[in-house]
Design a protein around this ligand. Sequence first.
Ligand code: FAD
Length: 346
Amino acid sequence: MKVDYIVVGLGLAGIAFTKKLEDNNKSFLVFEDHSQNSSIVAGGMYNPVILKRFTPVWSATSQLEIALPFYEELSNKFNSKYDYKVDIYRIFKSIEEQNDWFVASDKSLLSNYMVPQIVNQKYHGIKAEYGYGKLFNTGRVDTKLLLNNYHQYLLNKGLIKNESFNYNALTLNEDTVEYQGIHASKIVFCEGFGLQKNPFFNYLPMQEAKGELLIIHAPALNVDFLIKAAVFVLPLGENLYKVGATFNWKDKTKLPSEEGKQELIDKLNSFITVPYTIVEHIAGIRPTVKDRRPLVGKHPKHQNMAILNGLGTRGVMIAPTAAIALYDLLEHNIELDPEIAIDRFQ
Ligand SMILES: Cc1cc2nc3c(=O)[nH]c(=O)nc-3n(C[C@H](O)[C@H](O)[C@H](O)COP(=O)(O)OP(=O)(O)OC[C@H]3O[C@@H](n4cnc5c(N)ncnc54)[C@H](O)[C@@H]3O)c2cc1C
Protein backbone atom coordinates (compact mmCIF):
# COMPACT_ATOMS: atom_id res chain seq x y z
CA MET A 1 0.00 0.00 0.00
CA LYS A 2 1.22 3.51 -0.87
CA VAL A 3 0.05 6.75 0.78
CA ASP A 4 1.30 10.29 0.95
CA TYR A 5 1.16 10.38 4.76
CA ILE A 6 1.00 8.16 7.83
CA VAL A 7 -0.51 10.07 10.77
CA VAL A 8 -0.13 8.76 14.32
CA GLY A 9 -2.85 9.90 16.74
CA LEU A 10 -6.34 11.25 16.19
CA GLY A 11 -6.95 13.95 18.77
CA LEU A 12 -7.49 17.60 17.83
CA ALA A 13 -4.01 17.74 16.28
CA GLY A 14 -4.61 14.61 14.17
CA ILE A 15 -8.00 15.88 13.00
CA ALA A 16 -6.63 19.30 12.07
CA PHE A 17 -3.78 17.77 10.08
CA THR A 18 -5.77 15.06 8.29
CA LYS A 19 -8.44 17.60 7.36
CA LYS A 20 -5.74 19.69 5.74
CA LEU A 21 -4.56 16.56 3.87
CA GLU A 22 -8.08 15.79 2.67
CA ASP A 23 -8.63 19.38 1.56
CA ASN A 24 -5.52 19.00 -0.61
CA ASN A 25 -6.34 15.56 -1.97
CA LYS A 26 -3.44 13.86 -0.20
CA SER A 27 -3.81 10.19 0.69
CA PHE A 28 -3.18 9.07 4.27
CA LEU A 29 -3.63 6.38 6.90
CA VAL A 30 -4.12 7.12 10.61
CA PHE A 31 -3.11 4.96 13.58
CA GLU A 32 -5.04 5.47 16.81
CA ASP A 33 -4.80 3.35 19.98
CA HIS A 34 -6.96 5.35 22.47
CA SER A 35 -4.08 5.57 24.93
CA GLN A 36 -4.71 9.32 25.47
CA ASN A 37 -7.98 11.18 25.73
CA SER A 38 -7.20 14.85 26.29
CA SER A 39 -9.26 15.93 23.27
CA ILE A 40 -12.24 13.81 24.35
CA VAL A 41 -12.52 15.05 27.94
CA ALA A 42 -11.55 18.69 27.24
CA GLY A 43 -13.82 21.53 28.30
CA GLY A 44 -13.59 22.56 24.65
CA MET A 45 -13.67 26.27 25.50
CA TYR A 46 -12.14 28.94 23.30
CA ASN A 47 -11.47 32.20 25.02
CA PRO A 48 -8.83 34.74 23.96
CA VAL A 49 -8.44 36.26 27.45
CA ILE A 50 -6.37 34.84 30.32
CA LEU A 51 -8.86 34.97 33.18
CA LYS A 52 -6.31 35.17 35.98
CA ARG A 53 -4.56 38.33 34.82
CA PHE A 54 -6.95 39.75 32.17
CA THR A 55 -4.26 39.65 29.47
CA PRO A 56 -4.58 38.41 25.85
CA VAL A 57 -3.81 34.80 24.99
CA TRP A 58 -0.86 34.50 22.59
CA SER A 59 -2.01 34.89 18.93
CA ALA A 60 -5.60 34.13 19.92
CA THR A 61 -7.37 36.46 17.52
CA SER A 62 -5.59 35.13 14.43
CA GLN A 63 -6.02 31.54 15.67
CA LEU A 64 -9.76 32.05 16.09
CA GLU A 65 -10.05 33.47 12.58
CA ILE A 66 -8.87 30.09 11.33
CA ALA A 67 -10.44 27.87 14.00
CA LEU A 68 -14.06 29.04 13.80
CA PRO A 69 -14.45 28.40 10.03
CA PHE A 70 -12.60 25.09 10.54
CA TYR A 71 -15.21 23.83 13.04
CA GLU A 72 -18.01 25.22 10.91
CA GLU A 73 -16.79 23.29 7.87
CA LEU A 74 -16.69 20.10 9.91
CA SER A 75 -20.19 20.85 11.25
CA ASN A 76 -21.46 21.11 7.69
CA LYS A 77 -19.56 18.02 6.58
CA PHE A 78 -20.98 15.81 9.35
CA ASN A 79 -24.28 17.63 9.77
CA SER A 80 -23.63 18.05 13.52
CA LYS A 81 -23.35 21.06 15.79
CA TYR A 82 -19.93 21.48 17.42
CA ASP A 83 -19.55 25.22 18.10
CA TYR A 84 -21.75 26.67 20.86
CA LYS A 85 -21.46 30.39 21.62
CA VAL A 86 -21.07 30.66 25.40
CA ASP A 87 -20.42 33.90 27.29
CA ILE A 88 -18.10 33.76 30.28
CA TYR A 89 -18.89 35.39 33.63
CA ARG A 90 -15.75 35.81 35.73
CA ILE A 91 -16.58 36.22 39.43
CA PHE A 92 -14.55 39.07 40.98
CA LYS A 93 -12.79 38.43 44.28
CA SER A 94 -12.27 42.08 45.21
CA ILE A 95 -12.69 45.73 44.26
CA GLU A 96 -9.11 45.67 43.01
CA GLU A 97 -10.03 42.98 40.48
CA GLN A 98 -12.96 45.08 39.30
CA ASN A 99 -10.55 47.96 38.67
CA ASP A 100 -8.13 45.68 36.81
CA TRP A 101 -11.03 44.56 34.63
CA PHE A 102 -11.86 48.13 33.63
CA VAL A 103 -8.24 48.87 32.73
CA ALA A 104 -7.91 45.68 30.67
CA SER A 105 -11.24 46.00 28.85
CA ASP A 106 -10.12 49.35 27.47
CA LYS A 107 -7.16 47.80 25.63
CA SER A 108 -7.59 47.34 21.89
CA LEU A 109 -7.20 43.54 21.64
CA LEU A 110 -9.27 42.80 24.71
CA SER A 111 -12.16 45.17 24.01
CA ASN A 112 -13.40 42.68 21.38
CA TYR A 113 -14.10 40.22 24.18
CA MET A 114 -14.48 42.04 27.53
CA VAL A 115 -17.59 44.06 28.41
CA PRO A 116 -16.38 47.28 30.14
CA GLN A 117 -18.94 47.09 32.96
CA ILE A 118 -19.49 45.13 36.15
CA VAL A 119 -22.43 42.72 36.01
CA ASN A 120 -24.19 43.15 39.34
CA GLN A 121 -27.21 40.99 38.63
CA LYS A 122 -27.86 38.24 41.23
CA TYR A 123 -28.09 34.67 39.93
CA HIS A 124 -29.75 32.00 42.05
CA GLY A 125 -27.26 29.60 43.62
CA ILE A 126 -24.08 31.60 42.85
CA LYS A 127 -22.05 33.58 45.39
CA ALA A 128 -20.60 36.67 43.72
CA GLU A 129 -20.23 39.46 46.28
CA TYR A 130 -18.26 41.71 43.92
CA GLY A 131 -20.21 40.87 40.77
CA TYR A 132 -18.94 39.53 37.46
CA GLY A 133 -16.86 40.57 34.46
CA LYS A 134 -18.54 39.39 31.25
CA LEU A 135 -16.73 38.07 28.17
CA PHE A 136 -18.34 37.61 24.78
CA ASN A 137 -17.23 36.17 21.39
CA THR A 138 -16.22 33.06 23.38
CA GLY A 139 -17.57 29.53 23.10
CA ARG A 140 -17.33 25.80 23.46
CA VAL A 141 -16.56 23.14 20.87
CA ASP A 142 -18.10 19.73 21.51
CA THR A 143 -14.79 17.96 20.99
CA LYS A 144 -16.11 14.56 22.05
CA LEU A 145 -18.82 14.52 19.39
CA LEU A 146 -16.41 15.89 16.78
CA LEU A 147 -13.87 13.20 17.56
CA ASN A 148 -16.47 10.43 17.45
CA ASN A 149 -17.86 11.66 14.12
CA TYR A 150 -14.41 12.10 12.58
CA HIS A 151 -13.21 8.72 13.79
CA GLN A 152 -16.30 7.00 12.38
CA TYR A 153 -15.89 8.83 9.08
CA LEU A 154 -12.28 7.64 8.70
CA LEU A 155 -13.30 4.14 9.74
CA ASN A 156 -16.00 4.02 7.06
CA LYS A 157 -13.46 5.12 4.46
CA GLY A 158 -10.86 2.59 5.65
CA LEU A 159 -8.45 5.41 6.54
CA ILE A 160 -7.79 4.56 10.19
CA LYS A 161 -6.38 1.57 12.03
CA ASN A 162 -7.37 1.19 15.67
CA GLU A 163 -4.01 0.00 16.85
CA SER A 164 -0.90 1.19 18.59
CA PHE A 165 1.83 2.49 16.35
CA ASN A 166 4.98 0.45 16.99
CA TYR A 167 7.94 2.82 16.61
CA ASN A 168 10.44 -0.05 16.35
CA ALA A 169 8.77 -1.32 13.19
CA LEU A 170 9.30 1.92 11.27
CA THR A 171 11.91 1.85 8.50
CA LEU A 172 13.36 5.14 7.34
CA ASN A 173 14.49 5.34 3.73
CA GLU A 174 15.98 8.38 2.09
CA ASP A 175 12.75 9.77 0.64
CA THR A 176 10.08 7.58 2.19
CA VAL A 177 9.11 5.70 5.33
CA GLU A 178 7.87 2.15 5.51
CA TYR A 179 5.65 0.62 8.17
CA GLN A 180 4.08 -2.85 8.02
CA GLY A 181 4.00 -2.87 4.24
CA ILE A 182 2.74 0.72 4.01
CA HIS A 183 4.99 3.04 2.03
CA ALA A 184 4.52 6.75 2.77
CA SER A 185 6.26 9.90 1.65
CA LYS A 186 6.00 11.30 5.16
CA ILE A 187 4.94 10.46 8.70
CA VAL A 188 3.43 12.96 11.13
CA PHE A 189 3.21 12.26 14.86
CA CYS A 190 0.24 13.76 16.74
CA GLU A 191 0.23 11.65 19.91
CA GLY A 192 -0.42 14.27 22.58
CA PHE A 193 1.18 13.13 25.82
CA GLY A 194 1.83 9.77 24.08
CA LEU A 195 4.92 11.60 22.78
CA GLN A 196 6.82 10.34 25.81
CA LYS A 197 6.99 6.88 24.13
CA ASN A 198 8.14 8.23 20.76
CA PRO A 199 11.91 7.58 20.50
CA PHE A 200 12.31 10.13 17.66
CA PHE A 201 10.79 13.12 19.42
CA ASN A 202 10.73 12.42 23.15
CA TYR A 203 13.78 14.64 23.60
CA LEU A 204 11.35 17.57 23.38
CA PRO A 205 10.44 19.12 26.76
CA MET A 206 6.82 18.08 27.23
CA GLN A 207 5.33 18.50 30.69
CA GLU A 208 2.31 16.46 31.63
CA ALA A 209 -0.52 18.58 33.02
CA LYS A 210 -3.18 16.13 34.11
CA GLY A 211 -6.65 17.60 34.39
CA GLU A 212 -9.76 16.20 36.03
CA LEU A 213 -13.37 17.27 35.48
CA LEU A 214 -16.77 16.49 36.92
CA ILE A 215 -20.08 16.48 35.11
CA ILE A 216 -22.82 17.52 37.51
CA HIS A 217 -26.60 17.63 37.33
CA ALA A 218 -27.84 20.85 38.94
CA PRO A 219 -31.48 21.61 38.05
CA ALA A 220 -31.64 24.68 40.31
CA LEU A 221 -28.65 26.33 38.64
CA ASN A 222 -30.31 27.96 35.73
CA VAL A 223 -27.51 29.62 33.73
CA ASP A 224 -26.52 29.48 30.07
CA PHE A 225 -23.07 31.08 30.51
CA LEU A 226 -19.79 29.73 31.83
CA ILE A 227 -19.12 30.76 35.44
CA LYS A 228 -15.43 31.16 36.26
CA ALA A 229 -14.23 31.29 39.85
CA ALA A 230 -11.96 28.77 41.61
CA VAL A 231 -13.10 26.33 38.88
CA PHE A 232 -15.27 26.79 35.80
CA VAL A 233 -18.88 25.64 35.55
CA LEU A 234 -19.79 25.13 31.90
CA PRO A 235 -23.42 24.56 30.82
CA LEU A 236 -23.91 21.51 28.56
CA GLY A 237 -27.73 21.64 28.39
CA GLU A 238 -30.37 19.53 30.15
CA ASN A 239 -29.21 20.83 33.57
CA LEU A 240 -25.78 19.26 33.09
CA TYR A 241 -22.59 21.23 33.74
CA LYS A 242 -18.92 20.43 33.27
CA VAL A 243 -16.84 21.49 36.27
CA GLY A 244 -13.09 21.79 36.04
CA ALA A 245 -10.36 21.55 35.86
CA THR A 246 -7.53 20.47 38.13
CA PHE A 247 -3.84 20.81 37.25
CA ASN A 248 -1.53 18.04 38.38
CA TRP A 249 2.07 18.20 37.12
CA LYS A 250 3.20 14.86 38.54
CA ASP A 251 0.57 12.21 37.86
CA LYS A 252 1.20 10.62 34.44
CA THR A 253 -1.98 8.49 34.40
CA LYS A 254 -5.23 9.54 32.76
CA LEU A 255 -7.29 7.92 35.54
CA PRO A 256 -9.65 10.05 37.66
CA SER A 257 -8.52 10.23 41.32
CA GLU A 258 -10.29 10.70 44.66
CA GLU A 259 -7.94 13.59 45.41
CA GLY A 260 -8.86 15.36 42.17
CA LYS A 261 -12.56 14.82 42.78
CA GLN A 262 -12.37 16.26 46.30
CA GLU A 263 -10.46 19.30 45.07
CA LEU A 264 -13.15 20.00 42.47
CA ILE A 265 -15.98 19.56 45.00
CA ASP A 266 -14.31 21.89 47.54
CA LYS A 267 -13.72 24.57 44.92
CA LEU A 268 -17.22 24.24 43.49
CA ASN A 269 -18.81 24.50 46.94
CA SER A 270 -16.94 27.75 47.55
CA PHE A 271 -19.27 29.60 45.14
CA ILE A 272 -22.20 27.33 44.21
CA THR A 273 -24.94 27.02 46.85
CA VAL A 274 -27.59 24.90 45.09
CA PRO A 275 -27.64 21.08 45.39
CA TYR A 276 -26.13 18.96 42.63
CA THR A 277 -25.30 15.35 41.90
CA ILE A 278 -22.12 14.11 40.27
CA VAL A 279 -22.91 12.23 37.08
CA GLU A 280 -19.39 11.57 35.76
CA HIS A 281 -15.75 12.08 36.72
CA ILE A 282 -13.21 12.20 33.86
CA ALA A 283 -9.52 12.97 33.39
CA GLY A 284 -6.91 13.45 30.69
CA ILE A 285 -3.38 14.75 30.21
CA ARG A 286 -2.81 18.09 28.50
CA PRO A 287 0.30 17.99 26.29
CA THR A 288 1.98 21.16 27.57
CA VAL A 289 5.43 22.51 26.82
CA LYS A 290 7.65 24.44 29.19
CA ASP A 291 7.43 27.65 27.10
CA ARG A 292 3.67 27.17 26.48
CA ARG A 293 4.05 27.06 22.70
CA PRO A 294 3.21 24.20 20.29
CA LEU A 295 5.73 21.68 19.02
CA VAL A 296 5.74 21.81 15.23
CA GLY A 297 8.35 20.80 12.68
CA LYS A 298 10.49 18.20 10.98
CA HIS A 299 12.83 15.86 12.80
CA PRO A 300 16.34 17.38 12.78
CA LYS A 301 17.83 14.29 11.08
CA HIS A 302 14.90 12.61 9.33
CA GLN A 303 13.27 15.15 7.04
CA ASN A 304 10.27 13.01 6.12
CA MET A 305 9.23 12.70 9.75
CA ALA A 306 7.36 15.51 11.53
CA ILE A 307 5.49 16.42 14.70
CA LEU A 308 2.32 18.36 15.59
CA ASN A 309 1.97 18.48 19.35
CA GLY A 310 2.28 20.67 22.45
CA LEU A 311 -1.20 22.16 22.10
CA GLY A 312 -1.30 22.54 25.87
CA THR A 313 -4.42 23.97 27.48
CA ARG A 314 -5.79 25.55 24.30
CA GLY A 315 -5.91 22.89 21.60
CA VAL A 316 -9.30 24.05 20.30
CA MET A 317 -7.92 27.42 19.21
CA ILE A 318 -4.37 26.42 18.21
CA ALA A 319 -4.76 23.07 16.39
CA PRO A 320 -6.06 24.34 13.01
CA THR A 321 -3.42 27.11 12.75
CA ALA A 322 -0.57 24.80 13.77
CA ALA A 323 -1.74 22.15 11.27
CA ILE A 324 -1.68 24.65 8.40
CA ALA A 325 1.81 25.77 9.40
CA LEU A 326 3.09 22.19 9.41
CA TYR A 327 1.43 21.36 6.09
CA ASP A 328 2.91 24.47 4.47
CA LEU A 329 6.34 23.52 5.76
CA LEU A 330 6.13 19.94 4.51
CA GLU A 331 4.51 20.63 1.14
CA HIS A 332 5.68 24.13 0.25
CA ASN A 333 8.81 24.56 2.32
CA ILE A 334 7.33 27.66 3.99
CA GLU A 335 9.28 28.47 7.12
CA LEU A 336 7.62 28.10 10.52
CA ASP A 337 7.10 30.88 13.00
CA PRO A 338 10.19 30.39 15.22
CA GLU A 339 7.95 30.49 18.30
CA ILE A 340 6.33 27.17 17.38
CA ALA A 341 9.23 25.49 15.54
CA ILE A 342 10.81 22.58 17.41
CA ASP A 343 14.22 23.89 16.27
CA ARG A 344 14.05 26.12 19.36
CA PHE A 345 14.93 23.06 21.45
CA GLN A 346 18.02 21.89 19.56
C1 FAD B 1 -9.23 18.37 31.76
C2 FAD B 1 -8.88 19.06 30.48
C3 FAD B 1 -9.58 20.19 30.09
C4 FAD B 1 -9.25 20.86 28.92
N1 FAD B 1 -9.99 21.93 28.54
C5 FAD B 1 -9.70 22.57 27.37
C6 FAD B 1 -10.50 23.64 26.91
O1 FAD B 1 -11.49 24.03 27.55
N2 FAD B 1 -10.14 24.26 25.75
C7 FAD B 1 -9.07 23.84 25.00
O2 FAD B 1 -8.80 24.42 23.95
N3 FAD B 1 -8.30 22.81 25.41
C8 FAD B 1 -8.59 22.17 26.57
N4 FAD B 1 -7.82 21.12 26.97
C9 FAD B 1 -6.58 20.83 26.22
C10 FAD B 1 -6.87 20.05 24.95
O3 FAD B 1 -7.60 18.94 25.30
C11 FAD B 1 -5.55 19.70 24.29
O4 FAD B 1 -4.84 20.86 23.93
C12 FAD B 1 -5.76 18.88 23.00
O5 FAD B 1 -6.82 18.00 23.15
C13 FAD B 1 -4.54 18.11 22.62
O6 FAD B 1 -4.83 17.42 21.43
P1 FAD B 1 -3.79 16.40 20.81
O7 FAD B 1 -4.41 15.86 19.58
O8 FAD B 1 -2.45 17.01 20.70
O9 FAD B 1 -3.63 15.26 21.92
P2 FAD B 1 -4.63 14.07 22.36
O10 FAD B 1 -6.02 14.54 22.46
O11 FAD B 1 -4.02 13.46 23.57
O12 FAD B 1 -4.57 13.07 21.14
C14 FAD B 1 -3.46 12.26 20.90
C15 FAD B 1 -3.97 10.97 20.28
O13 FAD B 1 -2.87 10.14 19.91
C16 FAD B 1 -3.15 8.79 20.26
N5 FAD B 1 -1.88 8.07 20.40
C17 FAD B 1 -0.86 8.37 21.25
N6 FAD B 1 0.16 7.50 21.09
C18 FAD B 1 -0.21 6.64 20.10
C19 FAD B 1 0.41 5.51 19.46
N7 FAD B 1 1.65 5.10 19.77
N8 FAD B 1 -0.29 4.85 18.52
C20 FAD B 1 -1.54 5.24 18.15
N9 FAD B 1 -2.16 6.31 18.71
C21 FAD B 1 -1.51 6.99 19.67
C22 FAD B 1 -3.94 8.94 21.56
O14 FAD B 1 -4.73 7.82 21.84
C23 FAD B 1 -4.79 10.18 21.28
O15 FAD B 1 -6.05 9.87 20.71
C24 FAD B 1 -8.15 20.40 28.13
C25 FAD B 1 -7.48 19.25 28.50
C26 FAD B 1 -7.83 18.57 29.66
C27 FAD B 1 -7.10 17.32 30.03
